[in-house]
Design a protein around this ligand. Structure first.
Ligand code: UDX
Length: 438
């Protein structure tokens, strides 16, 4: 089994480290955030992700994972170093902030001696791997090799996506550099996971191309949702019908309040910024439309809410079901639900918001939203209800029972998944984004 380090204890790093330790590798995790390292060493996962806490506890007990904030420790105890730090959007620009990536490479290379492999997993602008490879060669010589291995995990499925990926992409400057990484992923590869060995630029682009395609698919169907609203068509049936064409596929064609999270929004902006730097602004202008359509979804929900309240938010109570950017996650980064909630609160509404997991995260920040621990608390005295994150628990609500709590039985389903008959049979008026309501 290999001796690995994972640099960066964020979403990607923690999941990757725990899964690699679960596979039996010796893993040491480093992060500059001492508090996070202490938490993890105590077996606490700082975010919600199914299966991860159990695997962390197990791997700590078996001694296959340890935590540190000392670069010399990881250099001495690992031969392969996975770079998993964040590349957030720069403030005041669409480009990625690369300071964590280059900072980590600088710190690591100060301590490396002898041979080692650095494996980049962070999502980066194309061209970064070549720059890092040159820096490593300069500072550490030819025995420190770089492989680029983009990560495609989805929040909520992060453990399964890491243990059973759809594909493994390894960007290299020399094919033999891929061997050590293939050994680390031997379990997935023997299960038949497709492997693609490419150059650095291709590997970097695979990641952003995948995310841009997914974001485009969502904005495509959302544009049609507006057309469906304008014509009385039903966007869900439309998506089902085109989705039967295997060239199109049904996945990522769910219309609604749009995409959010720590990846899709920032990755399409960073891709567009990089393409523009490379003189390809026109070819990638479509991503502005993808981003704009996505933002317009939130405005549509706000407008619908205003219509339901006769144009006046003052002294009105809006109940919001969902705060995370998607179900089975407590991540509120770029969350459409939270943007809508904040806009309504900023314009004078009392916003009572519930989420099975993300409320805990919101409590740690300053907020003028009324954070509710139960669905009932959120719905009490509501003038209108918005369903904005499709947690399973919201589909199980008994509309008749909660009807007694609200002032008006009016619900806007921003995710198009609530059953119309269930709600209308209990005297609710329900509307959707792109399909006829009641
Ligand atoms: C995404 C990519 O799927 C993953 O491969 C990459 O590694 C990181 O970014 P994630 O951010 O976890 O993963 O979320 P994902 O499941 O892709 O959903 C993104 C957003 O799109 C969510 O806000 C979701 O609600 C929205 N979405 C998704 C839709 O609005 N409609 C859909 O049909 C699918």
């Amino acid at each position: 089994m290999a001796r690995l380090s994972v640099i960066g204890a964020g979403y990607l790093g923690v999941t990757h480290a725990v899964c690699m330790a679960h596979l039996g590798h010796d893993v040491v995790v480093i992060d500059t955030n001492t508090q996070r390292i202490e938490q993890l060493a105590a077996g606490i996962v700082p975010f919600h992700e199914p299966e991860l806490a159990e695997l962390l506890t197990k791997t700590i007990a078996s001694g296959t994972i340890t935590f540190t904030n000392d670069w010399a420790t990881i250099a001495a105890n690992a031969d392969v170093h996975f770079l998993c730090v964040g590349t957030p959007q720069q403030s005041g620009s669409h480009a990625a902030d690369m300071s964590q990536v280059f900072g980590a490479v600088a710190s690591l290379s100060e301590h490396l001696s002898g041979s080692a492999t650095v494996v980049g997993k962070s999502t980066v602008p194309v061209g970064t791997a070549a720059t890092i490879a040159a820096q490593l060669k300069d500072r550490c010589g030819d025995d420190v090799r770089l492989v680029w291995n983009p990560e495609f995990l989805r929040e909520g499925f992060a453990v399964q996506d890491t243990l059973h990926p759809d594909r493994i992409v390894l960007g290299v400057s020399d094919e033999s550099d891929a061997n050590i990484v293939k050994e680390i992923y031997a379990a997935s590869l023997s299960d038949g996971t497709p492997l693609l060995v490419t150059d650095y630029a291709t590997a970097e682009l695979v990641k952003v191309a995948a995310n841009a395609f997914l974001a485009t698919k969502i904005s495509f169907i959302n544009a049609f949702a507006d057309l469906a609203d304008a014509t009385g068509a039903d966007i869900t049936q439309l998506a089902d019908a085109i989705g039967h064409d295997t060239r199109i596929g049904r996945r990522f064609l769910n219309a609604g309040v749009g995409f959010g999270g720590g990846c899709l929004p920032k990755d399409i902006r960073a891709l567009q910024a990089r393409a523009t730097e490379l003189g390809l602004a026109d070819q990638f202008a479509f991503l502005t439309a993808v981003d704009d359509i996505n933002k317009s979804r939130q405005r549509t929900v706000v407008e619908r809410t205003l219509e339901a309240l006769d144009g006046n938010l003052e002294h009105k109570t809006v109940a919001i079901l969902g705060a995370a950017f998607k179900p089975d996650s407590d991540d509120v980064r770029d969350s459409p639900a939270l943007h809508v909630a904040q806009t309504l609160a900023d314009n004078g509404a009392r916003v009572q918001i519930h989420d099975p997991e993300a409320i805990r995260v919101l409590r740690s920040k300053e907020s003028d939203l009324v954070l509710c621990d139960s669905i009932e608390e959120a719905l009490t005295d509501a003038d209108v209800v918005l369903h904005l994150t499709e947690w399973a628990v919201y589909r199980e609500i008994d509309p008749a029972q909660v009807g007694a709590l609200v002032r008006n039985r009016v619900i806007i389903d921003g995710r198009n998944v609530l059953d119309r008959d269930r709600w209308t049979n209990a005297d609710w008026s329900i509307s959707y984004l792109g399909k006829p309501g009641s």
